[in-house]
Design a protein around this ligand. Structure first.
Ligand code: ADP
Length: 541
């Protein structure tokens, strides 16, 4: 007999907590028309009005409701209402190509799309190509929009007369609640379907002090987009805790982010390295302009933050700059880097060595690094292996696909990343397996080389790719972007690299390029570079 309650782990329990316990706390959203403010009590009421409206439109359990939207309060209402009413929230990445968006919407069979007014042009390109979409709901601040979609509903008018009461249905905890597609850095987008159970456990665990470390005293700003990997779960964790939330809307440039942190006294924020580079540059160019003393913690993930940037934020703002690793398939929190107590008194450079790693796995998960034969490699911080992960918020298969043994070997997810784990348990990403340079059977981490090149003064960006080589199969080629108005020579870069790397790791050549191509979420798109330099003749040939 079950001796404890088997209360289903469903998202409504967590989402209703903020409005119940902190009804007066604020939710602040920057929009193109100004700043919008309301409270958790408003959020709870409007989420129920939306649920009533969607119900009236025929949205039932398991139906997919998509969003194409910036970070803002209406997006949060959809995040809240859709899973709680038993439907599935499908966040669309607004930076994807039309072809990818069309593929994803049709693959997911979305029945409704909620779209921000200024993003309508993205959707209009797909008019006539989305047979399953019955309703387009426009989230507009003015109500004065025009669109070729018919009928297109106005979000505000749609919910205005609805009741603020809605009894969330009882849902099986293994029911789907959210759908995200990988952004296709390494191929066609694939759907990851989160369940109430997986997201519930992810939400509760994610806030722990050694992970994101959030409390109800925080004011949080998710700069990481709500259209990618659920904004790392931040909207769910924040709503569960009822803490003040700040949304940047489309304004994610350095100046806007700094202003919002100052105005709303943000204490915690999260975003990808590109965002923090923008913030750092804004602060460097305008010393003394902003008061960011409210900020205590910054989470950075999605790709590896440069060491110099981690150091700059910690030394100049006195914040805890925390690196996290994860992926769409891992909900996304996998590992987070926080120093162990014994490390707090270590010299700065030694602490940075740790902070530069991707971190320790979250409680509830299990990670492993293996060689090509599936054998665990040493946790010595040097040996590289394919990173495997498993646990209750890790994908067991892709949506509408059977799990393949290559991607899901023996109950694990093969992340497609190659990593090292040190003796203290800190994992570091060495590369994506597709980006790794395989030179004569040995592995060279393109990420390590890039990070080191980006530490050379005057270098703006660096991407290292594998180029075919007749003797070694592959050798590294460094593609480097120099800051405007600065001169950096190949010799300077080689001189720098020689201090840190063995001779056989040295790039066979360095080319200077205008900019590194980026993916829809701002990561280096090495697929494009590899294609561009496919026939490049290395001088060592
Ligand atoms: P995609 O880039 O295909 O859209 P995701 O957005 O889910 O997929 O990104 C997941 C990948 O991002 C990881 O597999 C890893 O390669 C990379 N990544 C995430 N966080 C970090 C980090 N802290 N350091 C290095 N790489 C990271």
């Amino acid at each position: 007999m079950n001796t404890m309650m088997s209360t289903p782990l469903t998202m409504s329990i967590l989402m209703d907590r903020g409005p119940a316990l902190a009804p007066e706390n604020e939710i602040v959203s920057k929009t193109r028309d100004g700043v919008h403010r309301y409270t958790y009590a408003d959020l709870g009421r409007r989420a129920r009005q939306l649920a009533n409206a969607l119900h009236r439109l025929g949205v039932g359990q398991g139906d997919r409701v998509a969003t194409l939207a910036w970070n803002g309060y209406r997006h949060l209402e959809v995040y809240y209402a859709v899973p709680c009413m038993g439907a599935v929230l499908h966040t669309l990445n607004l930076r994807l190509s039309s072809a990818d968006l069309e593929y994803i919407i049709n693959h997911a069979e979305d029945s409704v799309i909620c779209v921000d007014e200024d993003l309508l042009p993205i959707l209009e390109k797909l008019a006539g190509k989305l047979p399953t979409v019955k309703h387009v709901i426009v989230m507009s601040n003015t109500g004065n929009f025009t669109t070729s979609f018919s009928p297109a509903l106005d979000y505000e008018k749609l919910i205005a007369d609805e009741s603020t009461e809605f009894t969330w249905p009882e849902i099986d905890e293994n029911s789907p609640m959210g759908l995200c597609y990988t952004s296709g850095t390494t191929g066609k987008p694939k759907g990851v379907m989160y369940t109430h159970r997986s997201n519930y456990i992810h939400t509760i665990t994610g806030g722990l002090p050694d992970l994101l470390g959030l409390s109800r005293s925080d004011t949080i700003m998710a700069v990481v987009p709500m259209f990618h990997a659920n904004a790392w779960g931040l909207p769910y964790i924040a709503t569960m805790l009822g803490l003040k939330q700040v949304f940047p809307g489309p304004m994610m440039d350095g100046a806007s982010v700094c202003q919002l942190i100052q105005d709303e006294k943000v204490s915690f924020t999260g975003g990808v390295p590109t965002i923090w580079l923008g913030v750092m540059n804004e602060l460097l160019q305008n010393p003394g302009k902003y008061d960011l003393s409210s900020l205590r913690s910054m989470i950075c993930g999605g790709s590896a933050p440069p060491r110099a940037m981690i150091d700059w934020f910690e030394s100049n703002l006195g914040v805890d700059f925390v690196q996290a690793w994860g992926m769409t398939e891992t909900s996304p929190l996998g590992t987070v880097t926080r120093l162990k107590p014994k490390m707090k008194d270590w010299p700065k450079e030694k602490k940075l060595d740790i902070k530069q790693r991707a971190g320790i796995y979250a409680p509830g998960l299990d990670i492993s690094i293996v060689d090509d034969f599936g054998k665990e490699v040493a946790h010595d911080g040097v040996a590289m292996g394919r990173l495997l992960i498993r646990g209750p918020w890790i994908a067991a298969t892709y949506y509408k696909e059977d799990p393949t043994p290559e991607k899901f070997p023996n109950g694990w997810l093969d992340t497609g990343d190659v990593a090292t784990i040190d003796a203290e348990g800190y994992m570091a990403i060495a590369d994506r397996s597709k980006d790794l340079v395989k030179s004569g059977g040995e592995w060279i981490s393109s990420v390590d080389l890039e990070n080191s090149i980006m530490a050379v003064p005057g270098v703006a960006e660096a991407a290292v790719i594998a180029v075919n080589h007749s003797k070694w199969q592959e050798r590294p080629l460094a593609c480097v972007v120099i800051k405007p108005g600065v001169e950096v020579s190949r010799e300077q870069i080689y001189e720098h690299l020689e201090k840190y790397f063995a001779k056989w790791w040295m790039p066979d050549d360095i080319v200077f390029i205008e900019s590194v191509p980026k993916t829809s979420v701002g990561k280096f798109d090495k697929k494009v570079l590899r294609h561009q330099f496919a026939d490049y003749k290395l001088p060592t040939e």
